[in-house]
Ligand binder design. Structure first.
Ligand SMILES: NC(=O)c1ccc[n+]([C@@H]2O[C@H](COP(=O)([O-])OP(=O)(O)OC[C@H]3O[C@@H](n4cnc5c(N)ncnc54)[C@H](OP(=O)(O)O)[C@@H]3O)[C@@H](O)[C@H]2O)c1
Length: 317
């Protein structure tokens, strides 16, 4: 299959690697420094758990032209970065698009493409279950078991499911089709926002957070309230164990989070507050539709977004 991975950061690079190894004709779209790194060195990955390095040569482009046709395009970037790419996808003739990453607003992105595209777009949304970070040299440190993506469409079955299955057939990578992908993505953003906001407030000092009972209990309360908002809006939390754990087994959740923050590997998972800031903003819109009290969610959102705003203002001076 002729595939484009649009966005060559931590997760996009790993996806491109898996697809190349699966026998596909893979191009990667990157910009600036990343474009140069990929052109010169290929996709360089340190697979942390597997204790091995891989280098894959791929076709690298820095622009998607309207007439460039791909059987599948995976857009792999942060939630706040998708909007700048949607008009470019709308102009392009390819029809099968998967947006991969945190997404609190899949429906509006689909509507935008439906209303603005020159050719009818078939869309799916995915989340890759891996993590990692990028070194200055461009090498990716990838944390993964077998590669895996949770994927689904907003309107039932994905029309290009067979193309997806064919693309991944020989890749060491599992697609987990999910009929409830919008709820899955919204459920996922709740723990991510709660944890990442506390990481950010503590300057990503995981060692300190692991010892701070108040911070860990605050994470749990914020998650519980985030899930309450989604439930009130009619979303089924997916997977359900997340809400059951933070609501009914708080001590278990506390010890789980404590262990998680102590693990050396946790430090290798990159976090960005620019994305969380945008997710909080979108979640505010959802929150307006329900009338429930969420003091922990509101306080953490305010503290972390105020800190972010001050830092962005300070850095722009
Ligand atoms: N990293 C993790 O550990 C991890 C774990 C689980 C989930 N996730 C989620 O997965 C998603 C992707 O994360 P990630 O870590 O792969 O992000 P990332 O490393 O920041 O990668 C995003 C890539 O997209 C590129 N990009 C953004 N806008 C672009 C544009 N307009 N044109 C061309 N390229 C553009 C960026 O370019 P530059 O190189 O110029 O920045 C970057 O290379 C996010 O939702 C994230 O939260 C990440």
């Amino acid at each position: 299959m002729k595939v484009l991975v649009y966005g060559a950061g931590v997760l996009g690079s790993y996806l491109a690697h898996a697809l190349v190894r699966g026998g596909n004709d893979v191009s990667v779209l990157a910009r600036g420094k990343r474009y140069k790194q990929l052109k010169e060195d290929g996709i360089v990955i340190r697979h942390h758990f597997q204790r091995k390095n891989t280098v894959d040569a791929v076709n690298v482009i820095d622009q998607l032209q309207p007439q460039d046709h791909y059987d599948l395009i995976f857009v792999v970037m942060k939630y706040n970065q998708f909007p700048s790419v949607l008009p470019i996808l709308a102009e392009n003739i390819s029809d099968n698009i998967v947006l991969v990453g945190n997404n609190a607003d899949a429906a509006s992105m689909q509507t935008f493409l439906n209303e603005n595209s020159k050719v009818k777009k078939n869309m799916a949304f995915g989340f890759q279950l891996s993590g990692g970070m990028r070194e200055d040299s461009g090498r990716i440190i990838a944390i993964h078991g077998r590669g895996q993506m949770v994927i689904g469409g907003l309107d039932g079955d994905i029309p290009f499911k067979s193309a997806l299955e064919q693309t991944f057939k020989n890749a060491k990578y599992k697609l987990s089709f999910n009929e409830n992908i919008d709820a899955w993505l919204k459920s996922h953003m709740v723990p991510i926002a709660a944890m990442n906001a506390i990481h950010y407030m503590n300057n990503f000092d995981f060692h300190k957070i692991a010892k701070d009972k108040n911070a860990l209990m605050q994470m749990i309360s914020v998650m519980d309230e985030g899930f309450m908002i989604l439930e009130e809006l009619g979303y089924r939390i997916d997977p359900a164990f997340q809400v059951k754990t933070v609501r009914n087994h708080r001590i278990f959740a506390y010890h789980g989070l404590k262990i998680f923050h102590k693990l050396p590997v946790t430090k290798l998972i990159e976090g960005s507050f620019s994305e969380i800031n945008a997710l909080f903003e979108k979640f505010d819109e959802l929150k307006k539709a329900v009338n429930i009290s969420t003091p922990n969610w509101d306080a953490l959102k305010k503290q972390s977004t105020d800190k972010y705003r001050n830092e962005v203002i300070r850095d722009s001076r």
